[in-house]
Design a protein around this ligand. Structure first.
Ligand code: VG1
Ligand code: CO
Length: 541
């Protein structure tokens, strides 16, 4: 077996964002672009010689090409084994599970998640460490530094590996094992949830819609919901993963999954609706006649988790990203367990989960998960909801309303201004940052500012500090808004405004109306319209 050392020149734009490196496909197709990044990942790691690497992706355009490159570069760098999902497919949570279950050294997850796919759309590469979770900032910083200095990469001269046949072969001087992408994951779900109770619920006529959005969860949902839980054929929709997701954004929100929302609000709505994103780590939950916001879903799942066998012993703690609503905080308080507020991005939950400080984690961006893996997990959230519905024998709507009656309701919404000019977005943020010290005590739209800061996270496990993670303006009475720039976009800047208001006993308000004053206050303080030149957001969730 020949190993070639190929000379290369660095790219200066390979900084991993909130969740790995994401760029347009043509950017990734530049000479040595993917090779440079993968070699830089390996150069930033120690001690993997002879060990196993997991490789899988969400099946989007360019997935297969990069998988072959990654296999050959892994072989040349001394990995002893590569574990690949058949067809190059592994959902992000399944990849996390496979890394853990087979005690791999780490894994490469090829995905741009909820971003569209295709020859002119997005692709991504993310490295996950041995706990199954996204590499922490210490490693992603090292990878970025390496990408700017790299002069060569190593690649094995080897034939393409047949990744469509399950089994183990020797190739490039190492072992390549092609596995069923669904089997291990489905088995894990069976250990966490009461499949008998859910099966009985489906047998009793319970109707559900699961929209895989032509993305990676299709095969998982078919196998778990229809084959193992006996849901009627047709429960899983758009279940064949397509390289371009059928031309849609595989983003399970009220804009890109509007058809599901409309169906769930319609006269012939099934009992329960759900969807997942490109790589299977997000979840959208819509009960008959009610959309459950991801922040509420986190709180409701945490409050009811003990109804599922995997969480019978109770929760050790709950963690949420800072912009996520405080609904989960009230549940943590009632349960008497810790609540942790982290920066946006799943990589910040890893330490808390490893240390046994948190069991359930969530983000407002439709991400929920637990210590069963180290990624957010779309189908896991759907199955936990099904388990709760099966045990409580109540509708999602009834469960939500009782939850609010107990804890109060956090009205919550996120407004995204997508593809804003980067300079304008940066100017908005720096001007707002400069204003922060003068805000407390001032009044905007009848609301008094109590505190204002730029969120910094002090990791309670390893002591690391992450600064500038989002600007928050907190008002008396518990309302707040948060502004930050997205770290997953691939063109221009995306400005996110998060608004939240707590109501102890009014649960029937329209969300946007309930938040109207706060939204106006955010514009007054930050000048969103004047800086971006936009009159309204591109996406409201
Ligand atoms: C977004 C979400 C964040 C999520 C991240 C990755 O990041 O806000 O909560 O963890 O996407 O999700 P940003 O930086 O664009 O706000 V996924 O499903 O795209 O891997
Ligand atoms: Co995702």
């Amino acid at each position: 077996m020949t190993i070639r050392t190929v000379e290369t020149t660095p790219y200066d734009d390979q900084k991993p964002g909130t969740s790995g490196l994401r760029k347009k496909v043509p950017v990734f197709q530049q000479k040595n672009y993917a090779e440079n990044f993968i070699q830089s990942v390996f150069d930033s790691l120690d001690g993997f010689s002879g060990k196993a690497l997991v490789i899988g992706g969400d099946g989007r355009y360019y997935n297969r090409e990069v998988i072959q490159k990654a296999i050959a570069i892994a072989a040349a760098n001394g990995f002893g084994k590569v574990i690949v999902g058949k067809g190059g497919i592994l959902s992000t949570p399944a990849a996390s599970h496979i890394i853990r279950k087979y005690m791999a050294f780490g894994g490469l997850v090829l995905s741009a998640s909820h971003n569209p796919g295709g020859p002119h759309e997005d692709f991504g590469i993310k490295y996950n460490i041995g706990n199954g979770g996204p590499a922490p900032e210490k490693i992603t910083d090292a990878i970025f530094a390496r990408t700017k200095a790299i002069t060569s990469y190593k690649i094995a001269d080897m034939a393409e590996v047949d990744i469509d046949r399950i089994g183990t072969v020797q190739a490039g001087g190492m072992t390549v094992e092609v596995i069923d992408p669904v089997e291990d994951y489905a088995e894990l779900m069976e250990t966490l949830f009461d499949f008998d109770a859910i099966r009985a619920m489906f047998a009793g006529g319970f109707r559900m819609r699961f929209d895989a959005m032509h993305a990676v969860t299709g095969p998982y949902a078919k196998e778990i919901l229809e084959n193992r839980l006996g849901a009627p054929k047709g429960t899983a929709r758009n279940f064949v993963p397509l390289p371009d997701f059928g031309g849609h954004h595989p983003d399970p929100n009220l804009v890109h999954a509007k058809h599901l929302y409309d169906e769930m609000m319609g006269p012939d709505a099934p009992d329960f609706g759900a969807a997942s994103d490109g790589d299977g780590d997000r979840n959208l939950i819509i009960g008959k006649g009610i959309f459950i916001t991801p922040s509420d879903s986190l709180a409701m799942l945490a409050a009811n988790a003990r109804l599922a066998p995997g969480y019978e012993a109770g929760l050790k703690g709950i963690a949420r990203s800072m912009p996520t609503s405080a609904a989960a905080d009230r549940v943590a308080e009632a349960l008497g367990v810790g609540i942790y507020e982290t920066p946006t991005g799943w990589k910040f939950f890893g330490n808390l989960l490893d240390a046994g400080m948190a069991t359930i984690c969530g983000e407002e961006s439709a991400g929920t998960g637990s210590d069963h893996v180290r990624e957010k997990d779309g189908l896991w959230a759907v199955l936990l909801w099904l388990n709760i519905l099966a045990v409580r024998k109540e509708s999602a709507k009834a469960i939500a309303e009782k939850h609010w009656a107990t804890y109060g309701r956090n009205y919550y919404s996120r407004h995204d201004y997508e593809e804003v000019e980067s300079d304008a977005a940066n100017r908005l943020v720096s001007e707002l940052r400069a204003k922060l010290p003068s805000l407390p005590g001032t009044k905007v739209r009848g609301l008094t500012v109590e505190a204002a800061d730029d969120f910094a996270y002090h990791d309670p496990v390893d002591g690391s500090v992450s600064k500038n993670q989002g600007i928050r303006v907190l008002f008396e009475g518990g309302s707040r808004f948060v502004i930050r720039l997205s770290g997953t976009g691939t063109s221009g800047a995306t400005l996110r405004l998060y608004v939240e208001r707590y109501e102890k006993d009014r649960f029937d308000l329209d969300t946007q109306q309930a938040l109207a004053d706060l939204i106006a206050a955010a514009d007054d303080v930050a000048g969103i319209r004047s800086h971006t030149g936009r009159q309204k957001p591109s996406v409201i969730t």
